[in-house]
Write a protein that binds this ligand. Sequence first.
Ligand SMILES: [Zn+2]
Length: 197
Amino acid sequence: MKDSALIIVDMLNDFIDGSMACPNAKEAVNETAAFIDGKTAPESGQDDENAILGQFPILFICDHHPADHCSFIENGGQWPAHCVTGTRGSAIHDKLTPYVSEELTFYKGCDKNQEQYSGWEGMNKAGQSVEEVLDLLDISEVYVCGIATEYCVKATAEDLFKAGKKVTVLKDALGYVDRDGHIKAMDEMRSEGILIA
Ligand SMILES: [Zn+2]
């Protein structure tokens, strides 16, 4: 039964050891890998070489900006330049690449004039949204982890929750911009009905 999935938000090099390196990001990557190992441990003899056919779908959300993106300080935005298409900074952390599949990788922030924090607004290369793919896979329950708690993780978890999914945020698998903001964001999500575990 494929009724639950993992959604990994922005575990990209720029947020881990690059231009926007976040506290706890490395630990979050390790926690995520350990969580996946626990979920995909061989029990039925089936391997998960193709995540879309595997037992436990793993979706990746990737911030993916043109060099002139509006969110960058030099273009009047709030953040240092990050996750520019084609750079190392925009790539998923090495430790997680074994779990990546094209169908389950969603890009956001691709339009230079638009900021997108929520993975819900992302699309895969085939032009499918997260919602379409979750429906296709018959997913009702999602686990969410990633970077940063206060921004893209929270926005993604809230959109999933609003869409009627059971959402559990993996608290040890989060990187954040600011520790107080991280704790506040978790409190807010909890009060909205999102599970924090
Ligand atoms: Zn961004």
